[in-house]
Design a protein around this ligand. Sequence first.
Ligand SMILES: Cc1cc2nc3c(=O)[nH]c(=O)nc-3n(C[C@H](O)[C@H](O)[C@H](O)COP(=O)(O)OP(=O)(O)OC[C@H]3O[C@@H](n4cnc5c(N)ncnc54)[C@H](O)[C@@H]3O)c2cc1C
Length: 735
Amino acid sequence: MNTYGHSLWFGVEVAGVTDAPGDAVTVALHAERLGFNVVSFPDRVAEGGFDAASLAAWAAARTSTIQLAVSRFRTLARPASVAARGAASLQLLSGDRGMLVLATLPAAEDLNAVEEAVAVVRAMQDTTRSRVNSPGTHHGLTGAEPGPALEQEVPVWLNGSNVAAAALAGRVADGWVVDLDEVGVEGLVKLNAVLDRAATEAGREVGEVRRVVTLSGEEVFDIDGLVALSVDHGVSTFLVRMTGAAGSVDLLRRISDDVVPAVHHAVEAELAPGALSSRRLRRADVRSRRRAAIGYDEVPESLAERAVEPGDPAFGKVRSTYLRGGNPGLVLRPRSASELADALGFARKHMQLPLGIRSGGHGISGRSTNDGGLVIDVGALNDIKVLDQAARLVRIGPGARWRDVATALQPHGWALSSGDYGGVGVGGLATAGGIGFLSRKHGLTIDHLRTVELVLADGTLVRASETENPELFWAVRGAGANFGVAVAFEFVVDEVDEVGWAQLAFQAPDPASYLEAFGRVVAETPRETTPFLILGQGTAQIMAMVDSSDPDVIVAQLQPFAEIAPLVQQQVAVAPYAAVMNMFPETPHHGRGEPVSRSAFTREITPGFASASADLIRSGASHWYQIRAVGGAVADVPSDATAYAHRDANFALAVMGGNAQRLDRWFEPVRWQSCGLYLSFESDRHPDRITDAFPPATLDRLRRLKAQLDPHNLFQDNFNIPPPTTPGVPHEPRH
Ligand SMILES: Cc1cc2nc3c(=O)[nH]c(=O)nc-3n(C[C@H](O)[C@H](O)[C@H](O)COP(=O)(O)OP(=O)(O)OC[C@H]3O[C@@H](n4cnc5c(N)ncnc54)[C@H](O)[C@@H]3O)c2cc1C
């Protein structure tokens, strides 16, 4: 009986590519259209011929679903590091359809070279290491840079019809390819047993190695033979050898009509239901990096394909956030509300583990990653769609970035007040507030929200608006992270023409007096202008947006700021809002360590606030002191209309440092002068920060709702609002 569990694949091996490479691609196209799974291009470099990786990359550009194997690849023909980069590039270019099949010859030297090459190819894909050192006679490497970072590892198969090749495949490969007419069924059975034994001795599961046979055009029509190979001997991939394009369409069509369905049908009838799985069985070395507390084999089928574990090549891309280094045990990446419900079901079975919810990965507290826990990343839910042109109603997924939102709205002459940085995700910001460059004129991001769809802790999908689940709608606008995972937001956006955009740099030897003067100017400035001030030791920088395209209005509203202190540099432009959001390109998230950030709101910049701030800046405990003007339209909304309650604050402060204790020593005096804080700029998770963020009446209301919607406190990792204790309902803090 088939014991290896792989789904059945049919493929084509295209020979004769040296003479007619175009034919090889033609065959690949036919094969793809007819539903074949793999096309294999034999390498001819060792004979002075064609480089199969280049050919496969060419085929990748013309095809879209079929897997592309670079096969019969002689490892002594070029350095393994070069082969590794070629295979990884093919993987990127093809959208994870690449595959490398190394040829093995019986000579010991060749087998050693193959084994070393496999190690190098794998190590070069592990971007969690900074350098690759691989000892070896043929493919030794010192200090090579790994990469490029991949989503899926390139499977490495070995081709070889002898005992040594089978044993090596058992020890190290993801697949083993054997020519059936060379070994016959009897030989296959013997070699299969060798492979199984070698795999077991190496501590692997025998199912880690896919069994592949190559067949001639005639052999493939022996349907009973193929069924027996699959059912009795675990062969799950049949590769038909083909010499060129001539006659290929007819032959492939006959195979796809007469052979493929018949074999599938017969094999499935023979085996127990579910015996053939499309789920990847990770190699033992990948599984060895798993965390004991996580039930990896119970990951729901809907999420398994895109789940990322610590040993996977994509882990380097998903482990950390923009600001925080992380090492989660599993990252689940749902693409729909129902997949998200599955992910939350899995998380409920792991209540003891940290749970990070991630949209854009820009959270300042960094809780969308963790150490050893789960992360649910809804970044794939990133659609932006106009629902109603006349009403300016736009539906946006949590994984969209504010730069993409601004870019999508610009052609309509619209903008949605968001923040100051285009890379920030919609999910985190639109569930907390959204203090941005248009806030004084247009309010917070949450003030534009009309409906939100969330998946709750129990997996239920709900809509919340003023009329549906209004209490949840109230809570999501300021404290959303505690109640569910948002999967879609519907906003009414504003008509915004081009805006005035200014960057002014000053000498500011006396930070306290500069701050006070800034506060006075802001108080006199019309709400079209929203300035953010970054204050340093001796310098100040204002970035301001004026919601007007009229140069006279822009200059008039900025002039008082320009007069606060000696200007050393200025730049003022009229530009689309989208251009400001696109100022900085997004870079991969490789945050390290713990972010240390503190937040405070203040109604005005009093002498006490200014002097405590000046002491903080001079102390050197903070490398980033930014104060933003809020007020205006933000304050038009009653403080009990949303969970974001500090509507009367005219300024929002964000301060970052390297050392929490040192920063707190200097920040405390600033906090005494303040009135609450904005959780999105905070990283201290002391319970006092919750009471700073939410006034008592707001917090009471939030806790009551939490008891209804998340009584077990699944969502507790980012500024937890603990539900009131209910007898019989455990909700212990995780850490
Ligand atoms: C460079 C930078 C600039 C910033 N500028 C601004 C600014 O101008 N204005 C402003 O208001 N904020 C700003 N912030 C703060 C930012 O808004 C918040 O940190 C926000 O949470 C980031 O959202 P995200 O989806 O990118 O983050 P993530 O790290 O993905 O998420 C942060 C947290 O939000 C929660 N969350 C994420 N997705 C969801 C979801 N779909 N449903 C429910 N909860 C979710 C989780 O608790 C998560 O821990 C800035 C942050 C950075 C790093």
